[in-house]
Structure formats: structure tokens, C-alpha cells
Design a protein around this ligand. Structure first.
Ligand code: PMP
Length: 393
């Protein structure tokens, strides 16, 4: 009913938006105004890990809305939802990750992390990786490794050097002028590509030897999606700065970057207040983030993500499939051709299952289900995908 109006007054980023008209959501399902229900197998792109409208998150939102909304720009007033969330999060992290700066989104977390690294090291050189994705504002686009998205906006930040992901040659880019090395421990938009363990360890050693800070962008891989609270726990490497967002707010907008007290010192002087945000750490988002994190930890969802990986990897097999890769519920199904991928995604859509692509790959089906998904629902999805492959292969 509103498609024309939608396309007329909401600025569009493509000529072919999915344009489902949402009526409401519940659990794994998105319901549309024409009475259809879609099983959301991408969790709003790795956001709704506890599904949509989780009752504990909704309750926390109501409770906070009744108390107060925005009161003051970041960092001036003591706000209980911020403290409660930050305390629970920091308890889960290694000792060196001891403070969080709260923002509104993923790209903003990356912007803040890059500024923090530059300020605390007094250096400007940044090392990033080909095929990475870190967001769409100018700083995060500057460290995103895909020319097709960068070229229209050049010049971007100077002194950014791109290495090959998982290649030792990249280590040579890190020297005593390097402020930070930024990467996703599992590249998301690049096509769900996990870093090799040994490579990541060498990267950390090289950073330490040269006084460069290692930034992990766990905006997509964080909050249980990979079967650990953060993907870096699969590796024996702790980043100096950790960027988080997406699933952090259980459906509410929020992000953050976490580091040591020592590194964060540099934000306090020359000048004071050199990094501020009006809405970062909004109390309503923080209340949701706290309820979300508590439930993720208490409800056994990290183990569930591991089980989801097992089920999906053991059922999606056969002709037309090149590989199912990734960790936990951050998976990618690589099919043989672009046409097959498109047809399978469309087939599933017609059957009421939302799958997606990743930004930099056109033969990869993104599989990022809510962690509350049941075995029966998983079965429906995997058999519909296999059906699609058998029709179109
Ligand atoms: N980093 C990564 C790894 C992401 O996947 C994304 C979002 N896809 C971002 C950064 C940017 O987050 P946001 O869209 O919240 O700005």
C-alpha cells in the first residue's frame, strides 16, 4: 500500500529494495501487512540474536521509558542503565579491556576506535585489510578494503595501508609509525572468512613489538553469534581495542569501543572533551543492552550457537554447494554460481524465509539465524534451501 510513498520520500540506496511492509514481529518471525510471515534467518543482519521482541528486552525498555529518556551528552551524568550494562560486559572481558565508550552504531564505534588509537599513540598510520567492511562514514570507509565502495568518495583518510587478509606479507606493513591495525577476526561482508589462528597471533606479536594498537571490529561477530561472547575468544589474542554494536542492543541502536584505562586517558586532555556524542549510551538502549546481555549469558545461547553450526553444517551438503563456512551462527553458504545463489535466495523468500547476501560476495548466502531458533525451524530452512538448490542447480 505504501510502496510508492516509501520510494518517494524515503531516500533509497538501491533500485530494488525488498520493501516488505512490516506490521509486527515476534520471535524468529517478521509479519507483514499483507498477512504473510517471514522467518528471519539473517536476524536483521546479525542484530536480533534473541529474536524479535524478546519479552525480557521489552520489559527492560518499558521500565526505563517510565523512568527517563535522554538527560545529558555522553559522560557527564551517572546513568544506571549505562553502569549496569558496562559492569556486566566488562566482567566478561579480559582484564585489559576495562572501560567502554558508548556510541550509537557500528560505524561510530570504528570512528571512535581509530581516533583513540591515533590520540593515544601520537601516530597516524593505519593498517587495514582487503575485503574488510567497517562501516560507511568517512573514517570507517577509509579502512574498508573494497575499492568499489571507496572510489566515489576519494580522497579518504591518508596513510591507510591495506594488507592481504590471512597472509604473512601483511605483517610487513606494521612498523613504529603504525597507530593501529584494524580487522574483523571473522570478515563478515567479505564473505564470512575467519582469520587463521597462527596469523592472528603473529599480527598481535608484530603490533606489540612496534607499539601499534590492535583493533578488532566485532560489530558483526560479537554478542554470542559465533558461540563465544566474542570471536576473539576462539583465538588466543586479546585486542587492544574492541568495537561492538549490532546485536549489542537486542534491537535498539547502540555501539561501543572497549579498551584499557591507560589508552582511554588520552581522550581526557589536549583538549578535554575531544571526543563527545550527544546520544551515545542512550539510557533506553543501555537498558535493552543490559537485558539482552544478561539473557544471552543466562539462557545458554552461546552453546546454542555452537549447536546451530553443527546442524547447519551437517545438513547443507551436496551438488551445487561449494562450502559452508564460518563459526557458530555466523555462517555463509557458498554456492557454485551467482545465478544459483540468486535463485535459492528468491526461492526461500517465496517460501517465507529471509536469507541474504553479503556486501562483497555474490555467491554466498548469509546464514545468521536468531539464536532462539528451534530445531524444527532450522529443519524448515535447511530443507527449503536444499529444495531450492535441487530445482535450480
Ligand atoms: N563493522 C562490521 C564488521 C559490520 O558488519 C558493520 C555493519 N554491517 C559495521 C562495522 C557498521 O555498523 P553500522 O551499520 O551499525 O554502522
Amino acid at each position: 500500500m505504501n510502496k510508492l510513498l516509501f520510494q518517494k520520500i524515503i531516500a533509497q540506496t538501491s533500485d530494488s529494495p525488498i520493501a516488505l511492509e512490516i506490521s509486527d514481529t515476534e520471535g524468529c518471525y517478521i509479519n507483514t501487512t499483507d498477512g504473510k510471515n517471514y522467518l528471519d534467518f539473517i536476524s536483521g543482519i546479525a542484530v536480533s540474536s534473541l529474536g524479535h521482541n524478546h519479552p525480557k528486552i521489552i520489559q527492560a525498555l518499558h521500565d526505563q521509558i517510565d523512568k527517563h529518556l535522554h538527560v545529558m551528552v555522553y559522560g557527564e551524568f551517572i546513568q544506571k542503565p549505562q553502569i549496569e550494562f558496562a559492569e556486566l560486559l566488562i566482567q566478561q572481558l579480559p582484564d585489559s579491556l576495562e572501560q567502554i565508550y558508548l556510541v550509537n552504531s557500528g560505524t561510530e564505534a570504528v570512528e571512535g576506535a581509530l581516533k583513540l588509537a591515533k590520540k593515544s599513540t601520537g601516530r597516524t598510520k593505519l593498517v587495514a585489510f582487503k575485503n574488510s567492511y567497517h562501516g560507511d562514514t568517512h573514517g570507517s570507509l577509509s579502512v574498508t578494503g573494497r575499492d568499489v565502495y571507496r572510489d566515489p568518495y576519494l580522497p579518504l583518510l591518508p596513510n591507510v595501508h591495506f594488507g592481504e587478509f590471512n597472509e604473512d606479507s601483511a605483517l610487513q606493513l606494521i612498523d613504529t609509525n603504525t597507530a593501529a591495525v584494524i580487522l574483523e577476526p571473522i570478515q563478515g561482508e567479505g564473505g564470512i572468512i575467519p582469520a587463521h589462528k597462527k596469523w592472528l597471533e603473529s599480527l598481535k606479536v608484530k603490533c606489540d613489538e612496534n607499539g601499534a594498537l590492535l583493533i578488532f571490529d566485532e560489530i558483526q561477530s560479537g554478542f554470542g553469534r559465533t558461540g563465544k561472547l566474542f570471536a576473539f575468544e576462539h583465538y588466543e589474542v586479546t585486542p587492544d581495542i574492541l568495537c561492538i554494536a549490532k546485536a549489542m542492543g537486542g534491537g535498539m541502536p547502540i555501539g561501543g569501543f572497549v579498551s584499557s584505562t591507560k589508552v582511554f586517558q588520552s581522550f581526557k586532555y589536549d583538549p578535554p572533551l575531544n571526543h563527545v556524542t550527544t546520544f551515545g549510551g542512550h539510557p533506553v538502549s543501555c537498558a535493552a543492552a543490559h537485558a539482552n546481555l544478561k539473557e544471552l549469558l543466562d539462557g545458554g545461547y552461546l552453546q546454542r550457537a555452537q549447536k546451530i553450526e553443527e546442524i547447519i553444517k551437517s545438513t547443507l551438503k551436496g551438488e551445487g554447494i561449494k562450502e559452508v563456512r564460518g563459526v557458530g551462527a555466523m555462517l555463509g553458504l557458498e554456492l557454485e554460481t551467482r545465478d544459483l545463489t540468486e535463485n535459492v535466495v528468491n526461492h526461500c523468500f517465496e517460501k517465507g524465509i529471509l536469507l541474504g547476501w553479503t556486501l562483497h560476495s555474490n555467491t554466498l548466502v548469509r546464514l545468521a539465524p536468531p539464536l532462539i531458533i528451534t530445531d524444527d525451524q532450522l529443519k524448515i530452512v535447511t530443507s527449503t534451501i536444499m529444495e531450492g538448490i535441487s530445482i535450480y542447480y
